[in-house]
Design a protein around this ligand. Structure first.
Ligand SMILES: [Zn+2]
Ligand SMILES: [Zn+2]
Length: 145
């Protein structure tokens, strides 16, 4: 999905939930779409640019509020800070994650990969949240050295 389309869908969802498109929300949605991938709050904040950038605490609060309205979601990665991405409702691309314990890189995996795990959990009465934490892996590059 193109950056602009992603941001448009996010805006529609914010308004649909009765939310306001405040300036920090708009800035963060645009920045996250431009960055792509799974940046941390600090990385998003650093990429907002000098001009009219909100205070760091506003960035944190805004990210939290965008998660609360379902536009973004966060992923916990090993020992690192949580990372943020557009929710499946916005991106139309449900996925789970694997994060390298060496370099911290995060890759998206199709949800089908973990379907047997999800089925097993549901069969035993557990509701899985498999997208909430990343699987811990060593990426091919880190495995090489
Ligand atoms: Zn993701
Ligand atoms: Zn790695």
């Amino acid at each position: 999905m193109r950056e602009e389309e992603l941001v448009d869908r996010a805006r529609t969802m914010v308004r649909g939930g009765g939310g306001r498109l405040t300036r920090p929300r708009e800035q963060i949605l645009r920045t996250l779409a431009r960055l792509g991938g799974h940046p941390t709050a600090g990385q998003i904040h650093a990429a907002l640019g000098e001009e009219d950038a909100p205070h760091l605490s506003t960035t944190y609060r805004t990210l939290e509020s965008l998660c609360a309205v379902g536009v973004l979601s966060h992923v916990h990665v090993d020992h690192g800070e949580p990372t943020f991405h557009f929710s499946a409702a916005v991106s139309g691309r449900p996925h789970v994650h694997a994060a390298c314990s060496g370099c911290g890189s995060v890759v998206d995996l199709p949800t089908e990969v973990v379907a047997p795990v999800a089925d097993y959990l549901r069969d035993n009465g557990y509701e899985p949240h498999l997208g909430h934490t990343a699987l811990s892996v060593t990426c091919p590059e880190c495995a090489r050295d």
